[in-house]
Write a new protein. Sequence first.
Length: 533
Amino acid sequence: MMAKMDKKFKVPKRHNILNLIEKMYREEKEKIKQNLATARKVTIGLDIWTKKGLTASFLGVSACYFNPEDNKAEHKLLNLKEMVHPHTAELISTLVEESMEEWGIPREKILTTITDNGNNMVASFHTTAEVATTSEEDSEAEFDNASDDDEQQEGQDSRYDYGAIERTPCVVHTLQLVVNMVQKEPPIRRLLEKVRHLVNKFRRSSVATEQLLQKCALVLIKDCPTRWSSCFAMISRCLEVKEHLTAVAESMGWDSLQPSEWQKIGMLRDLLLPFAEHTKSLESDTQSLSLVVPALLDLKNHLSEFLLDHGRTYKDAATLAQKMLSSMGRRFSVFLDITADNFSPLPAAACFVDPCVAETLLENDDNEVQNLVRKAEDYIAHLVPQRLQVQEQQLTDDEQVANEGTEAPGATAAKRRRFKLFSASRPSRPKTAKTSNIRQEILKYKEGLSKFHHTAATGAEVEESGIEYWLTQCCSTLFPTLKPLALDLLAMPASQAFTERVFSVTGYLSCGRRNRAKAILERSAFLKVNKPK
């Protein structure tokens, strides 16, 4: 390469290159800080990563928000905060506070914090949105419910405090705890061990792998406990190349699966398929919180139908489906059961303001679903007036001051104020504020949904996403109060998978000779993840 270059070109020194990278880092950081300043609400994502060899640990902090200047949802990496052992809840809280102070994010701007179900993460935030489990090892959390009626009512009101920092469990992490129950049912576990043993044989044999490639141009996939839906991917690929796999195994003298076992594997794939599909949609960086409620309702309905269809033919899978259904009801009561102490209406509210999926709630006759709709409406209605109350009062006072002394020339003396001295201090009469009522906007939105879905059914052009729907000019006129809140809710993610993807970058940057200094690692990951392509 150097032989082809102009000999007059002077190769920059390492110090100059580092200065250019540092300048780029500062510019990008300042740009994101300005975007965060204009954002109305911010969702924080957290996760912990440890380098190979356990030499250092980092807390990844990300921020998801709706950018009103660019009219789009954005998810950015903020920090990789180095941690010391033990990773206590106090340490996590301290690092999060430091990160928020560094980026100028006030506490009231944080809508929620999304974390996994680890004990330290749960204890780091005082929240009403908790799930039954608090660790990836499926341990049960214990909460103190000994409180009187007044304290319980106070806790109920605090749920609707728009801006209070609360923890929302990562939906995908919790969903995978349900999926991992396939490893705890003895008959299913033995079947999967046999499949895994066969896959390992192929992956260790170059001859068998080459024969399989020649037959179908595909290789087998090995499951990994730290990869979502990896068990489904393994059995799905085995079924896809079933005939070729059996032929190669026979030529190699290996034992393959029996026909009855292949049938059971097929049923297991059918059981896990919806979980894999919803996992893929819910792990997006933005705009996935509105999909949580319909996804959970769909999965519960899938498990119920699976029990009816295979309850007699394959009792092991039916037993597993029954346990998974019970686990979902317990783990996701935080989103679906309004009577739960830890119920959070946030996902239901996001689903309600998404016209693409709102019909899932509005057209369902189930009482529990209709209760979710009412909670979502109450949540939205309770948030907005607190923010507009002062504005409406100021509007009324300003109108009265502007109307002082503007009586009609022909007005009689009896209609004029006798004591003008006290007119300035006289309380204003209640007038109808020009700002539309949030309940009226919610009602108009629900009425307009039928037209939106009718347009979609007739095949006409419709909005591709909920955000695009709310960005239309008509929404700005009809829903001046509801629109900003809807955009903030629709921008939210359902998981903190974004932070885990950041750790894939840091793992690459810190392996082998790429093992950078800690400060450079944060800067490199920041530019790699946040810099526009």
